[in-house]
Structure formats: structure tokens, C-alpha cells
Design a protein around this ligand. Structure first.
Ligand SMILES: Nc1ncnc2c1ncn2[C@@H]1O[C@H](COP(=O)(O)OP(=O)(O)OP(=O)(O)O)[C@@H](O)[C@H]1O
Ligand SMILES: [Mg+2]
Length: 150
């Protein structure tokens, strides 16, 4: 399978503080003929303040790579090697309750196909404010005026 390429932007906003560190991440699927490799040992890292784009042909494993980090892989698809650390913590080894705090609290996802993954009858602002209200206990007004920390 072709591997996705990572495109690293200009380092203007980088702080050098490592936020996400992925090493040798390998994802396999169980098939009738045994395991097949979908993602073959990807390495990537993101520092605080940095934006990272991952580009690759359809089906090369971009979505599964990201889903694996939040342990949201579909049935029969597993991480078999490597590690993904977020702020120094291994996401694969975290307890479910710890991971629930990370999901939506520290890591936000907008899933592929925004027409179905975003609610079309809610304003975008409301949808972006939701994690701050539920995970950080902010009021609606606080969430709306919270600084966006890209
Ligand atoms: N639930 C699933 N069951 C079986 N195979 C799957 C499943 N989800 C994804 N795959 C396979 O895993 C591979 C990687 O899929 P993935 O969705 O990560 O690709 P992608 O790079 O995000 O593609 P796209 O650019 O189309 O979004 C593909 O070959 C896909 O067919
Ligand atoms: Mg995808």
C-alpha cells in the first residue's frame, strides 16, 4: 500500500514542545487469509503551535492512522506495532476513562464528510463550543470567547 506523505509547514509558530509523537505505527486488518498490513510503520510528530497535513492517495490509510490514535478503529483492524504519545502519554496504553478525557477535551476531531459528521441544523460556532462546555466546564459565553489556540 502507498504510504501517505506528511507535509510540514514553515516553522514560524513552532515552540519545540512535542505534542504528538508517533513512532513505527503499524495497523493490520484480520482477513480470512491472515493479517494484512494497512499502515506500515508511520512516524510523525507535531509540536505545540504546529500544523501538520497528511496527504496521500485515497485508501492509503490517513483516516485509520488518525482514528487509531483515539482507539476508534473499526472491528478487525488493530494497531500491531509502534506507539503514539500525546503530551508524553502513550495513547494505546491509557485507561478508557483517561482516554475519554483526551477525546474532545484535548484532541478534537472533525470526521470526514462534514455534511454528515457536522450537524447541519447547528451553527459551527455551537459545535466548536460544545467540547469546551462539556469538558472544561465553560459557560456558553466563555466558550464563545475562548482563544483559539492553533
Ligand atoms: N472498516 C473497514 N473494514 C475493512 N477495511 C477498511 C475499513 N476501513 C478502511 N479500510 C481499508 O483500509 C485502507 C485505509 O483506509 P483509510 O480510510 O484510512 O484511507 P484514507 O487514506 O483515509 O482514504 P481517503 O482519502 O479516501 O479518505 C483502505 O484500503 C480501506 O479500504
Ligand atoms: Mg480518509
Amino acid at each position: 500500500m502507498m504510504m501517505a506523505n506528511t507535509i510540514r509547514p514553515e516553522p514560524s509558530a513552532r515552540t519545540g514542545e512535542r505534542l504528538l509523537d508517533v513512532k513505527g505505527l503499524t495497523i493490520e486488518i484480520e482477513t480470512r487469509n491472515g493479517p494484512a498490513t494497512i499502515v506500515d510503520g508511520i512516524d510523525l510528530h507535531v509540536d505545540k503551535g504546529e500544523t501538520l497535513g497528511i496527504v496521500g492517495e485515497s485508501g492509503c490509510g490517513k483516516s485509520l492512522t488518525m482514528l487509531s490514535m483515539m482507539r476508534l478503529l473499526p472491528n478487525k483492524i488493530h494497531v500491531t506495532k509502534g506507539e503514539a504519545n500525546f503530551a508524553g502519554r502513550d495513547l494505546q496504553k491509557m485507561s478508557n476513562s483517561e482516554l475519554r478525557k483526551v477525546r474532545g477535551g484535548e484532541v478534537g476531531f472533525i470526521f470526514q464528510d462534514p455534511m454528515t459528521s457536522l450537524n447541519p441544523v447547528m451553527r459551527i460556532g455551537q459545535q466548536l463550543a460544545e467540547p469546551l462546555i462539556y469538558h472544561r466546564g465553560m459557560s456558553k459565553a466563555e466558550a464563545r470567547s475562548a482563544p483559539v489556540n492553533f
